[in-house]
Write a protein that binds this ligand. Structure first.
Ligand code: ZN
Length: 323
């Protein structure tokens, strides 16, 4: 994919104070009095192990890590065994989501993760899967926005409407699909970028992390939900910035193909990169010297680790790929 992040292509990054990231987990117990009911059907009891980002994505990162474990960015010395779990869905709705999730795993994520495949044919399942992902994250993040007195009702309304539309689509109302605008970016490797970006190692940063969150630009009212799944970047444009450019990234509800080259200039990706850089800084400052040494040793002794491929690309980028 050809997106190169720089200040020029992501003009709103400098207005970071206007971009709000929701932080709702602490509020959740107080705001969702019906939290035990499935959030999709509102009929059955939700189960404990509903994952926001598919388990496979976490498993894949873990399996090609030299130490074999995920690391939490808040407490990097603790090994995190799995992804984010939330009691969101009942078993029946979880099963409904898992059909599209399996198609995504087999047809896109696995060939991308193992072989760096960057072109794909897809059926309606891709749009459904991306909607299930965005819906889960928005359900969790919206209460944080709603509890924030600086967010006006007119800023909130598009997010609330989007949640309702996605809910009815996920429950079977296929006609709602045209109102749900997804983009998917296949980040195999950055080959050229600014010296600043090269210095932080964008390939490891993107290919070895997962994150998902909703965001609002308070000044302009733009809103989106973004996920990075170890290099498959999914963006739900709730209220897009008309100045953004998206080439070959749109996901058609009825199916289609993802081809290269893809080119994107969007405030959403600028923000995602900022979020990943913040996270990375957290890791490097919190990690103990002993942990750091251990990782380096294991990387050197285990050249088959998939993560080494991305680290080598970053080394190359630092030496030759800067603009
Ligand atoms: Zn349900």
């Amino acid at each position: 994919m050809g997106w190169r992040s720089s200040g020029e292509e992501t003009p709103l990054v400098s207005e970071k104070q206007d971009v709000l990231l929701s932080s709702c987990p602490l509020l959740l117990p107080f705001l969702t009095h019906s939290a035990m009911l499935c959030r999709l059907c509102n009929l059955k009891e939700s189960i404990e192990n509903s994952h926001v980002i598919p388990r496979l994505v976490f498993r894949s990162i873990k399996s090609d890590s030299p130490t074999g474990f995920l690391r939490s960015y808040r407490t990097p010395n603790r090994r995190v065994q799995d992804g984010d779990k939330q009691p969101l869905l009942c078993q029946e709705c979880e099963n409904r989501f898992s059909i599209a999730e399996k198609e995504f795993a087999q047809n896109i994520f696995v060939p991308f993760h193992k072989l760096d495949q960057d072109h794909f044919s897809y059926g309606p399942w891709l749009h459904y899967f991306l909607t299930s992902l965005a819906w889960r994250t928005l359900v969790l993040d919206l209460p944080g926005f709603e509890a924030d007195p600086t967010i006006t009702p007119s800023l909130l309304e598009p997010l609330q409407a989007s949640l309702r539309t996605m809910q009815s689509y996920l429950r079977g109302a296929a006609h709602a699909s045209d109102l749900i605008r997804h983009h998917m970016i296949v980040w195999t490797a950055a080959q050229k970028c600014s010296p600043e970006l090269a210095s932080i190692g964008p390939n490891v940063l993107i290919r070895r992390s997962t994150v998902g969150y909703a965001l609002i630009n308070k000044r302009y009212g733009h809103a989106a939900v973004v996920h990075n799944m170890a290099g498959i970047i999914a963006v739900l444009n709730i209220k897009g910035n008309p100045r953004d450019n998206w080439l070959n990234t749109k996901v058609n509800p009825t199916g289609g193909v993802i081809t290269q080259p893809q080119n994107v200039a969007s405030w959403v990706l600028g923000d995602l990169l900022d979020a990943l850089m913040d996270r990375n800084r957290g890791i490097s400052t919190c990690m103990s010297e002993k942990q750091r040494e251990k990782i380096l040793q294991e990387l050197q002794s285990n050249s088959a680790a998939g993560s080494l491929r991305h680290a080598m690309r970053d080394a190359l980028l630092r030496s030759t790929g800067q603009e």
